[in-house]
Design a protein around this ligand. Structure first.
Ligand SMILES: [Zn+2]
Length: 168
């Protein structure tokens, strides 16, 4: 079971409240899971750094209801967007778990094309960070998408860089 932390928590707070192999799921202001990170990944960061500042470094992440068919993910548009270290956050009614690594990739490879395994919930939540960069600054905005936009939305630009559209 993953442990949930608000994005305002610091790296140190996560480290103090999690065991080494356990995933920390970062939850945004709206209470929505937006990314997951292992304690070992955080060990290189200063203890007082807020999780919001590392969101831009997290890979695109699928948030899927536990009742969704795994085959749906394998055949969805999101599969093209996943990076090798992208996790899938699985939302159960009372907890979250994280699926990642070789187990995830093996399962997806073997399931591609199969429409339905079990359950009937949709998978329509990909959390992705804006890739906009300016000099040495990186936009830290993380957005949720139900589909890949044909026209990119305006980025809320939390770091106050130049105005820009969400950079895919
Ligand atoms: Zn941006």
């Amino acid at each position: 079971m993953a442990v949930q932390f608000p994005s305002t928590a610091s790296v140190g707070e996560v480290a103090a409240n999690i065991s080494p192999g356990q995933w920390a799921v970062i939850v945004d202001e709206g209470g929505r899971p937006t990314g997951a990170v292992l304690p070992v990944t955080l060990s290189g960061y200063p203890q007082d750094r807020p999780l919001t500042s590392i969101l831009s470094e997290l890979p695109p992440t699928v948030i899927a209801p536990a009742e969704a068919p795994v085959g749906l993910l394998a055949s969805s548009w999101m599969i093209e967007e996943l990076e090798p270290d992208s996790p899938v956050i699985v939302a159960y009614p009372d907890h979250l778990s994280v699926w990642s690594g070789p187990a995830l990739h093996r399962a997806l490879a073997s399931l591609a094309g199969e429409a339905e395994l079990y359950g009937d919930e949709d998978i329509d939540d990909l959390a992705k960070s804006c890739e906009y960069r300016e000099d040495d600054s990186i936009c830290t905005h993380r957005e949720h998408f139900v589909a890949r936009p044909t026209e990119m939305p305006e980025c809320p630009n939390p770091e106050c860089l130049s105005d820009h559209d969400f950079t895919w």
